[in-house]
Design a protein around this ligand. Structure first.
Ligand SMILES: Cc1cc2nc3c(=O)[nH]c(=O)nc-3n(C[C@H](O)[C@H](O)[C@H](O)COP(=O)(O)O)c2cc1C
Length: 409
């Protein structure tokens, strides 16, 4: 009798526990999502749109971390899984599930990797990296990327430079909300729940693609292939050239991974015969290790941290005095131009010339402050433009045309 009572009480407790768990978890697609969880709808949405599946046995595994390869795959699936070539990353196997996604994301300037030809597809994605990938995706979709009044997080100073704009953008658009205590935790790994929530908020934000309106379209935005914003020509008038003489243009650029070089070539093509191309070559070339800016003491980072650093340039521009207009191209390194660009403007007499900087970056905006500060006086500066690595000839040409340069042609 004592045994029967004990058995009964165990069975009762078990029944109670079971009924509580059933009530606590959503009756939706996944069995491990508590009802009302902040990511509940996001997980279902990701599942319905074939963006992110479960982890087996009906589980979503919300607290598991999401990998970098998986986020690229989510965005690629949202685009309808376009066919793409392999990326050049040595750690992305061509038979991996994320290979095509990373190939596509690389081609479209959505991912750049760590440098050193590495992408880290299996690495947990950091919250700031997630913001950056979403930001570049939005750029790729041709969205208005203006940030007007983003509220800072308490740990803003821990956000890597390359991610600052993206985090501000994501916060202003309420894609990220942050953690308690107004913290963003930029280097923290994003869980599947967090990633699903951010992707959901981005994809469904004010675009009439209400997840509950029964619509089935996975891509809320019209596809736009060119991410660059409409360039704003500088109001500073370009000095009139002598009508008898054709103004000569130099497109000088520094580029380690060919992004800026690509834009420089397109500028030359846009201008034609009267433009010469000149590569600014460092006396000591930058190795992949030198450029591995995830490593705080890599050569590039040390130089950027040292205001006095002036890496030596190999070779000179022949006949600098012949040029009237200088396009000056560089990648953005930690928000500004690489120090070697300061060497360039200090070594060359640019007085009397019109100088138009242009840059490429992962996401950081245009910045010409350090080259302007280092250059001499009597230069007509035209505010330039940041381009994505995949900027098309048409975009570059529109920008050049908008500068209204009178090249006497
Ligand atoms: C040392 C270093 C620092 C960088 N810092 C930033 C940054 O602050 N913001 C950003 O958006 N991209 C950053 N990047 C990415 C480059 O700006 C981007 O990949 C650029 O297009 C490279 O141009 P290139 O191929 O002409 O060298 C950095 C790259 C390196 C190597």
């Amino acid at each position: 009798m004592k045994h029967t009572r004990k058995l009964l009480s165990i069975l009762l407790t078990l029944a109670l526990v079971l009924s509580c768990s059933v009530a606590a978890f959503a009756a939706g697609v996944f069995t491990d999502i508590p009802s009302g969880a902040y990511y509940e709808r996001a997980a279902e949405y990701a599942f319905e749109k074939n963006l992110l599946f479960g982890t087996g046995d009906g589980r979503f595994s919300p607290n598991m971390n999401l990998s970098r390869g998986m986020l690229a795959t989510i965005l690629w699936r949202n685009e309808g899984q376009p066919v793409a070539g392999d990326s050049a990353f040595t750690d992305v196997r061509s038979d991996a599930y994320y290979a095509a996604a990373i190939g596509w994301a690389t081609e479209n300037g959505i991912v750049f990797g760590y440098g050193n030809d590495l992408f880290g597809p299996e690495d947990d994605i950091q919250r700031q990296q997630l913001a950056v990938m979403l930001y570049r995706y939005a750029e790729y979709k041709g969205e208005n990327m203006t940030v007007t009044s983003s509220t800072p997080f308490a740990d803003d100073d821990r956000i890597a430079n390359y991610a600052k704009t993206a985090v501000e953008w994501a916060r202003e658009r309420e894609i990220i909300a942050g953690k308690g205590g107004n913290l963003f935790d930029p280097a923290g790994s994003a869980t599947r729940a967090e990633a699903a929530a951010m992707v959901y908020r981005y994809l469904t934000a004010d675009r009439g693609d209400d997840p509950d309106d029964g619509e089935d379209s996975p891509a809320p935005n019209p596809p736009v292939t060119e991410p660059d914003p409409t360039p704003t020509p500088d109001p500073t008038p370009t000095p009139e050239p002598d009508p008898d003489e054709e103004a000569k243009v130099l497109v000088a650029y520094f580029s380690c991974t060919n992004h800026t070089e690509g834009v420089a070539q397109k500028i030359k093509t846009a201008i034609g015969e009267s433009a010469d191309l000149h590569e600014i070559v460092p006396a000591v070339p930058y190795t992949a290790d030198d450029l591995n800016y995830g490593n705080s003491i890599c050569r590039a980072n040390q130089e950027q941290n040292d205001e006095a650093a002036r890496p030596v340039i190999s070779g000179t521009v022949e006949n600098m005095e012949d040029y009237d207009v200088i396009f000056l191209g560089y990648p953005i390194w930690w928000g500004i131009a690489p120090r070697i660009m300061q060497t360039f403007v200090e070594n060359n007499d640019l007085s009397g010339k019109t100088v138009i900087p242009f840059c490429t970056s992962g996401s950081s905006p245009y910045n010409d402050s350090n080259i302007k500060a280092s250059a001499g006086n009597d230069i007509t500066w035209i505010t330039g433009q940041r381009f994505s690595s995949g900027a098309s000839q048409a975009v570059v040409e529109t920008w050049v045309a908008g500068l209204n340069l009178d090249l006497g042609q």
